[in-house]
Design a protein around this ligand. Structure first.
Ligand code: 2YC
Length: 274
């Protein structure tokens, strides 16, 4: 996943209800319902009193992203859970989280963004959760993926998680990565895990022209252009940047799912609470 910038996330907390209304309009379901579906948990089974959450900033690597912990806490608070951001960072922050009664900790370094539930020992990784969460929302937005041809661009951790979920929901997948070894390996992995046949694309422009359902799990920007779009185009684009050229946003906005953190964090939460 690309490292977020403060400008990507500062507005997340204050705009959660608007974002949720947008999700309901596009998918028919709220953020909480999508995350619960992606985590395969029943909302009624979650006792929020046993899911007190701490977000612990980490200074390692390139350091703290201004607003990152606040954005994560804002998403969790919006879903109705008690959440606090620790005053301390790193080891001190982790100790404070436990001392102040947190059952669950969210923390991210440069390599991984994880949620850990100390009570039930469940963990969730942001890349895996994001792939599942967006694949779930994508299926709701498209109506169904069964028998539908879906193009996955970007065969990293998010793409892998989304590919498994979509193949299991009946999608006829074509996978593309700029590194054809990676896309071939993902195709083999998905076929082994799901028994579903997966095609490997080698020409990005060609596969974009041939698909209406596009899952953009790539760190590239601006590769989905006007000529690739139609009134039947649906796009799921987790994370930053968005692969769609800016000038085309208005054309597919109503049929595009895109956020820097919300669906992934919500899915992580229900993964560890369920
Ligand atoms: O503020 C902090 O605690 C920083 N250590 C957070 C660093 C997050 C780096 N990762 C990312 O920006 C993206 C996230 C969407 C999750 C995965 N990569």
């Amino acid at each position: 996943m690309t490292r977020l910038r403060s400008e990507d996330i500062y507005a997340i907390g204050p705009s959660m209800s608007d974002y949720d209304a947008l999700l309901v309009r596009k998918t028919g379901r709220s953020l909480g319902k999508i995350a619960a579906l992606a985590a395969s948990v029943a909302l009624a089974s979650i006792d929020q009193r046993k899911c007190k959450v701490a977000v612990v900033p980490l200074t390692c690597g390139e350091g703290i992203i201004e607003g990152f912990s606040q954005a994560v806490a804002g998403i969790i608070a919006y879903l109705g859970f008690e959440v606090f951001m620790t005053d301390g960072t790193d080891a001190a922050g982790l100790a404070l989280a436990v001392e102040h009664g947190a059952d669950i900790v969210f923390q991210a370094d440069e390599e991984r963004f994880v949620a850990i539930n100390f009570a039930n020992r469940k963990t969730s990784d942001n890349s895996d959760a994001t792939g599942r969460g967006f694949a779930t929302a994508f299926e709701l937005m498209c109506g169904s993926l069964s028998g539908r041809r879906v193009l996955l661009v970007g065969c990293g951790q998010v793409g892998r998680s989304a590919a498994i979920k979509m193949a299991r929901r009946g999608a006829q997948l074509t996978v593309y990565d700029i590194d054809h070894t990676i896309s071939s390996k993902l195709a083999e992995f998905v076929q082994r895990e799901t028994g579903c046949r997966v095609l490997v694309g080698t020409n990005l422009d060609e596969v974009l022209l041939k698909h209406c359902l596009i899952f953009d799990a790539s760190p590239a920007d601006g590769f989905i252009k006007g000529r690739h779009l139609s009134a039947k185009t649906f796009i799921a684009a987790p994370g930053i940047p968005l692969g769609l050229v800016p000038g085309c946003w208005a054309q597919v906005e109503e049929r595009t799912l895109h956020d820097p953190l919300q669906i992934g964090v919500a899915t992580m939460l229900y993964d560890v609470c369920g």
